[in-house]
Ligand binder design. Structure first.
Ligand code: GLY
Length: 257
């Protein structure tokens, strides 16, 4: 299936990003931009077509487009990020996404970051986190119930977003850090733990037989390789200082054929 990956360039103000669980450390902006371009190239290698959203130079976290929306085959939900500094990032996402899907925005008092949303088949797991509240979870449930989805709220502690702790490898197979999220929540799903020394290793991307993993988590990558996936690795060291994972930097839009 053809898919577009929506991305955005790194802001020159990235070093002023929101931080929740990490201490601020200096970020090399030029290196972050280079790493982001390498990430886009890797996505192209995996078969995605890159479509860049308009630059938002005044928005430090603008490169983390995942938090502004999530896309289902039927519709797309426009998020309302939990950090007030990030709310204006959604407009340009909506203006591009409306060409692909009917849009449903999260409205006040709901707050939702796309990084808290993990879709496995017809179940939408949503992290109840510092960024995503129960109003938004309820709104997603109401919007998606008529098209056959079930929403499951997942308590998130110890990390920023649900997808910091868990990502989908297949519709019934997840990679996760069981220290942060209880695997029993994902009923009927097999789960693989991250390498014990790599708590942040769970955020990976998979398309066809290729798994995209950060170079900093070789132990977890090896687990995926042993399962038969071909590995593609990228260095995300600078963006990781801004509390990012691989999925944060794109929104995947599968084409409906
Ligand atoms: N720096 C990523 C975020 O906190 O939203």
């Amino acid at each position: 299936m053809k898919s577009t990956a929506l991305t955005r360039n790194v802001s020159p103000l990235l070093a002023e990003c929101e931080l929740t669980h990490l201490n601020r450390s200096p970020i090399d902006i030029a290196k972050a931009a280079e790493q982001h371009q390498a990430y886009e190239k890797a996505l192209e290698t995996m078969g995605y077509t890159i479509l860049r959203l308009p630059d938002l130079p005044d928005h430090p976290d603008g490169v983390f487009v995942e938090d502004t929306a999530f896309v289902l085959p039927e519709i797309a939900i426009i998020a309302r990020p939990g950090a007030e500094s990030r709310r204006a990032e959604t407009d340009s996402m909506a203006s591009v996404l409306e060409a692909y899907r009917v849009l449903h925005p999260i409205t006040s008092p709901g707050t939702l970051d796309g990084g808290d949303v993990l879709v496995l088949g017809k179940t939408i797991y949503i992290g109840s986190s510092g960024r995503t509240n129960h109003h938004a979870i309820q709104q997603v449930a109401e919007i998606t119930r008529p098209i056959g989805y079930k929403v499951v709220a997942v308590p998130v502690t110890g990390c920023l977003h649900l997808k910091t702790a868990v990502s989908a490898i297949e519709e019934d197979l997840i990679l996760m850090n069981p220290e942060w999220i209880d695997p029993a929540i994902f009923e009927g799903c097999r789960s693989i733990p991250v390498h014990p020394s790599e708590p942040f290793g769970a955020n990976v991307m998979r398309k066809n037989n290729t798994a995209l993993t950060p170079i900093s988590f070789p132990g977890t990558a090896e687990v995926l390789q042993k399962l038969g996936y071909d590995l593609l690795t990228v260095d995300q060291s600078e963006l990781a200082k801004a509390e990012a994972g691989l999925t944060c930097c794109s929104v995947i839009v599968p084409h409906l054929s």
